[in-house]
Design a protein around this ligand. Structure first.
Ligand SMILES: *Cc1c(COP(=O)(O)O)cnc(C)c1O
Length: 393
């Protein structure tokens, strides 16, 4: 058999990411490839840095996209800021905190784990206690928006505690950036990484990062070389750096960067505050519909992420069969539970371009139909009306 071109189906992506990509971003990515040292491309890189500074709300000069997915942004932060023997306090309230521990240990660091319940925000008091018990800790790491559970933590409060104990901070903002407030300078975050496929309406594969002058100082004064050649920021800066001539480090993913540039232009046009408000408004409409149907959220109300709604699967319902029917009959993808929550929850994303009233209505109508057909214990025919009340208000 001769293999032909691949034509993916047109889906609606309402899972934990990737989320729907704006057609403007896809169109930008189809433009002609130019050289990665072409003066026109260098112009795009400079614009990219200022657009990312806006998205992160920072003046940090060391702000750029890592040429690989969010996990590589995570690893870039850890390999540069953690030296062998360094003690790092990691707050864990879901799957991604566990990956932070893995990163610390692979850097030769000592991870001190602070555990919170899955589905809850990180408790600043527990961090405070851990830092009192470990006065030699050098870094504190936590996930701002835990995509595995739908919990949002108070990043500003956690950073304040860390700094009071003389620690640098590494913050995972993969799912929060563009969907919830992320204020790198106002909150005094030292190292932060994000992803393009969650609330930025872009394709997966790039990881915006930003480092404070304090973090850069620590990187410059390392006793040992960063063990990753590709992620060593001292080298990457030769390509992404400011005034100096751009030197070849690796071939930038040119067309992917066109896409991120367009996504960030769209964010600037909408304005951050309006993007946050849109995510909140659509979340409240979806919530009204889900609750009218009789479905329950996993996370307490004041700790919920607007862009990731984790709901409990009703008793006796085959959760995978529901997702399969949504996909086959509605072209609609929602997420399954991850780690300890596998089989127990669905994760409904309203991220970036996908956070819109049409998707709220589509998802509620589809769930009403599919759960109804499966004889699930829900109230039928009320969800879309409940959401509409909210969308009209
Ligand atoms: C999606 C996600 C990641 C991983 O990003 P990839 O692009 O899949 O590597 C890490 N942390 C959080 C909180 C995420 O939501």
């Amino acid at each position: 058999m001769k293999i032909k071109s691949f034509h993916p189906p047109q889906r609606v992506l309402m899972g934990p990411g990737p989320s729907d990509v704006s057609p403007r971003v896809l169109a930008a990515m189809a433009r002609p490839t130019i050289g990665h040292l072409d003066p026109k491309f260098v112009e795009l890189m400079d614009e990219m840095k200022s657009l990312l500074k806006y998205a992160f709300q920072t003046q940090n000069e060391l702000t750029m996209p890592v040429s690989a997915p969010g996990s590589a942004g995570m690893e870039t932060c850890f390999v540069n800021l953690v030296e062998p023997g360094d003690k790092v306090v990691v707050c864990q309230n879901g799957v991604f905190g566990g990956r932070m521990q893995e990163n610390v240990e692979r850097c030769g660091g000592i991870a001190v784990m602070v555990q919170d319940d899955w589905g809850r925000a990180v408790d600043p008091q527990k961090l405070e206690d851990a830092l009192k018990a470990n006065p030699d800790a050098k870094v504190v790491a936590f996930v701002h928006a835990e995509t595995s559970t739908g919990a949002l933590s108070d990043a500003q409060a956690l950073v304040e505690v860390a700094h009071r104990h003389g620690c640098l901070t590494i913050v995972d903002a993969i799912t929060s950036l563009g969907g919830s407030p992320v204020m790198v300078d106002a909150w005094d975050i030292d190292a932060i990484y994000s992803g393009t496929q969650k609330c930025l309406s872009c394709t997966p594969g790039l990881s915006p990062v930003s480092f404070s002058p304090r973090a850069q100082e620590k990187i410059r004064n390392r006793k040992s070389k960063v063990q990753s050649w590709f992620m060593d920021l001292n080298l990457v800066m030769g390509y992404w750096g400011g005034a100096t001539k751009r030197a070849y480090h690796h071939t930038a993913p040119i067309n992917a960067l066109y896409g991120l540039h367009e996504a960030l232009v769209m964010l600037q046009e909408e304005e951050l505050e309006n993007a946050w408000a849109r995510h909140q408004r659509n979340h409240l409409a979806l919530r009204a519909g889900l609750e009218a149907m009789g479905l329950d959220f996993v996370v307490p109300e004041n700790e919920r992420l607007p862009q990731l709604n984790a709901i409990s699967v009703p008793q006796g319902v085959d959760e995978a069969a529901v997702r399969a029917l949504l996909l086959s009959d509605y072209q609609l993808e929602i997420g399954a539970g991850l780690g300890a929550m596998a089989g127990k929850v669905w994760r409904i994303g309203l991220m970036g371009h996908a956070s819109n009233p049409r998707n709220v209505r589509l998802c509620l109508g589809a769930l009403d139909d599919v759960l109804g057909r499966m004889q699930a214990p829900i109230t039928r025919g009320v969800a879309v009306d409940a959401a509409n009340l909210h969308l009209a208000a």
